[in-house]
Ligand binder design. Structure first.
Ligand code: ADP
Length: 413
């Protein structure tokens, strides 16, 4: 272009200031914006003096790279709005320092810079949006793949787990039928076969109940029946219940008296028993014969922490979060056997998700610590369970109960 007007320095300052005033909101953004606009204005000056318009490229690329996730998600473009302000401010600045005709001539000279900027920014923005959308699509695809895998896992595991007790029931029923035709069959034999059928039916029921519980937890429909509970009572019940399995596996189950275990907490005793039973059954299952399982804990501000430690095969750090997901298989599906206490017996992979769902419904958390999985060295695992000392929704229930006590009774009651 021909020579720049003598007031060009003033025009540049005015142009920068006006743009920053309109766009910049906070002091920190204003400072950065000032720098960005100054760079654009200086590059435009060079272009007016004869430089190629692509001198703007690095500046525009930098603007495009500053697009945030919100910009990419929204349909309105912040960069385009910014360009409009930049263009309008340039015209205003020109009009202040030049005659209308001079201003128009300068504005026309600047138009190639503006056109180029609009074009490049639109291009950058479209590219960024395409990358963003394809990343989102990838995420969705990965989620769908995981869902599909979990569905296949479910079918494989459920089919295997459901078939095992059914085969048992069928086998014992066939034997029973055969026995009925034999003259010398005695009652003791029949009773043994009936035990087998009962056992198979119990296992089937257990599995179906677990599946229902997982679905209740998934749909946040698990309802708890809150009442005063004592952890030492719950563990005393479980100690008695698990004694036969502990004896069969020649293990030691040590339940310590720990701070907080005698304290009255509010919780659903049946559901908490179920959660701790699942954890203790796992500890028995994944600890070799002769191993030790310890229940201990401590009081923390607002919580009681329970720890269940075993001297078993341990859990790989990579698997430590996966095992709390439903149908997580750390082993092979074919090895799953519905064995409740058999060494490495496996199961449908519902025990931990249910325990987690129950603890979380109480407002608590559960996690596991283990050095890793090693069936020779047996590093063991420790499950930590935090139970809140009071459940928030409970206080209103307790208040309701007390309110009902103080209400005068009607004569008919
Ligand atoms: P299931 O026992 O039915 O397979 P769970 O949800 O109870 O399902 O456990 C999931 C997996 O976590 C188990 O298959 C096992 O691999 C691992 N696991 C759970 N508890 C322990 C433990 N105490 N020691 C070692 N591994 C464990």
């Amino acid at each position: 272009m021909k020579d720049l007007p003598v007031s060009w320095g003033l025009i540049q300052t005015e142009w920068i200031e006006r743009t920053v005033r309109v766009v910049g909101q906070s002091a920190s953004t204003r400072e950065n914006l000032h720098h960005q606009v100054r760079e654009f204005v200086h590059a435009s000056t060079q272009i007016l003096k004869g430089e190629a318009v692509d001198l703007l490229d690095p500046i525009l690329a930098q603007w495009a790279s500053s697009l945030t996730q919100t910009d990419l998600e929204s349909t309105a473009s912040d960069l385009m709005r910014f360009m409009s302000v930049l263009v309008t401010s340039s015209l205003e600045a020109l009009m202040i320092h030049l005659t209308p005709l001079e201003a128009l001539a300068m504005f026309r000279a600047l138009l190639p810079c503006f056109n180029y900027a609009y074009e490049r920014l639109a291009q950058h923005e479209i590219e960024a949006k395409i990358t963003y959308i394809s990343n989102r699509l990838n995420e969705v695809q990965q989620r769908l793949e995981r869902l599909d895998k979990s569905k296949s896992d479910f079918i494989a595991i459920a089919a295997h787990e459901l078939k095992t007790p059914l085969t048992l029931i069928e086998g014992y029923t066939a034997m029973l039928r055969e026995g009925l035709h034999q003259q010398d069959a005695n009652t003791a034999e029949f009773s043994l076969l009936l035990d087998g059928i009962e056992n198979g039916a119990r296992r089937l029921r257990g599995l179906i109940e677990d599946m229902i519980d997982v679905s209740l937890i998934d749909n946040q429909l698990l309802s708890l029946n809150f009442q005063p509970i004592w952890l030492n009572h719950l563990f005393a019940i479980l100690e008695r219940e698990l004694q036969p399995a502990i004896e069969e596996r020649r293990q030691i189950l040590q339940i310590h008296d720990f701070p907080g275990s005698h304290e009255v907490l509010m919780g659903d005793p049946e559901r908490l028993l179920q959660a701790f039973r699942n954890l203790l059954n796992n500890a028995i299952k994944f600890t070799p014969d002769g191993g030790k399982i310890e229940v201990s804990g401590r009081e923390l501000p607002g919580f009681v922490e329970v720890t269940i430690t075993d001297t078993g095969i341990g859990i790989d750090p990579h698997d430590q979060s996966i095992i709390f997901e439903k149908f997580s298989r750390v082993g092979n599906v074919a090895l799953h056997s519905s064995g409740k206490t058999k060494f490495k017996g496996g199961g449908p992979g519902l025990g931990l998700p249910i325990a987690k769902g129950i603890i979380e419904a109480h407002g608590g958390t559960i996690w596991v610590e283990s050095e890793g999985h090693d069936e020779i060295r047996c590093p063991g695992s420790t499950f930590h369970i935090l139970i809140p000392k009071r459940h928030p929704s409970l206080e209103s229930r307790v208040a309701d109960i007390f309110a009902s006590f103080t209400q005068p009774q009607s004569p008919s009651e």
